[in-house]
Design a protein around this ligand. Structure first.
Ligand code: CP
Length: 295
């Protein structure tokens, strides 16, 4: 694997290998055990053209844990504001000494474009409404660590599916791993290609092992309405109808009081902080794979 741009084409065994490696990294980090610095002497460039808290910081720490030097690009203070093109920016960062790039951009396909311009290994940290593959990986790690398996689980992904790059990676990735995924949301926010979907959250709650809530992507065309909140917010009343073992997930950032209530976000069912914790080990696993480490 040279790049990590999409979950498309990633087979079940390859994905399970990444999950296993990420989980082993999590154990090492939790026990504060030494980690082989396989990126020592290499520079990782974080090119985030869109805001981020957890993805940027966890890529930053993951690269540092593996011994890399990290250079971080801030579009607000960069020469893009003086008219430099995206291609010239990417080639400039390469000339400065980047060996790998992590790219987030508001336009679909930019990470792939940068990979082709530079020839460097590139990781997609979220592109437009397309994909967010490392989010899917850390979510699969979270589910696997909680349930001890993935195959046969039933997960409802709820809300603004059409505009969500998280959904763009998570739905196909989890299906590859044998999870039954039901997309739940208003018809306007359901991709035409989605075959397993439900209009009403209330119809599926009792059958789910996990509920995965999505933020309404207002920056990409989604609109928060009272109707959405009334029909799709996971609140205490709805959470009470889930099976006792069922968990609640969210990629963050949450909009408390919109797709999720305060109480559910902070409840014992919520694995949202656990998802964030799995971000660093999952991203380390991707770096290790791209660096060609095996085993
Ligand atoms: N889940 C996620 O991508 O969060 P950030 O936008 O904070 O990176």
């Amino acid at each position: 694997m040279k790049d990590f741009l999409t979950v498309t084409g990633l087979g079940r065994e390859e994905f399970e290998g990444l999950i296993g490696r990420a989980s082993a990294n999590r154990d090492l980090l939790d026990s504060r055990s030494p980690i082989e610095p396989i990126l020592k002497g290499l520079a990782v460039a974080n090119l985030f053209f869109e805001p981020s808290t957890r993805t940027r910081l966890s890529f930053d720490l993951a690269a540092q844990r593996l011994g890399a030097n990290v250079i971080t690009f801030d579009p607000a203070t960069s020469s893009t504001s003086k008219g430099e093109t995206l291609r010239d920016t990417a080639l400039t960062v390469q000339a400065i000494g980047a060996d790998m790039m992590v790219v987030r951009h508001s336009t679909d396909g930019v990470p792939e474009q940068i990979a082709s311009w530079t020839g460097l290994p590139v990781i997609n940290a979220g592109d437009g409404m397309h994909e967010h593959p490392t989010q899917a990986l850390l979510d699969a790690v979270t589910l696997n660590r909680r349930f001890g398996r993935l195959h046969g689980l039933r997960l409802g992904i709820v809300g603004d599916i059409l505009h969500s790059r998280v959904a763009g990676s998570l739905i196909p990735a989890l299906r590859t791993l044998g999870i039954e995924v039901i997309a739940v949301g208003p018809a306007d926010w359901m991709p035409e290609s989605e075959t397993s979907h439900a209009d009403a959250l209330d119809d599926v709650l009792e059958s789910l092992d996990a509920v995965y809530l999505l933020r309404v992507q207002t920056e990409r065309g989604g609109t928060i309405t009272k109707e959405f909140i009334a029909n799709y917010q996971l609140n205490d009343q709805r959470a009470a109808r889930l099976p006792e073992h069922a968990i609640v997930m969210h990629p963050g950032p949450m909009n408390r009081g919109v797709e999720i209530s305060e109480e559910v976000a902070d409840s014992a069912r919520s694995l949202i902080t656990e998802q964030v914790r799995n971000g660093v080990p999952a991203r380390m696993a991707v770096f290790q794979t791209l660096a060609g480490q095996t085993g």
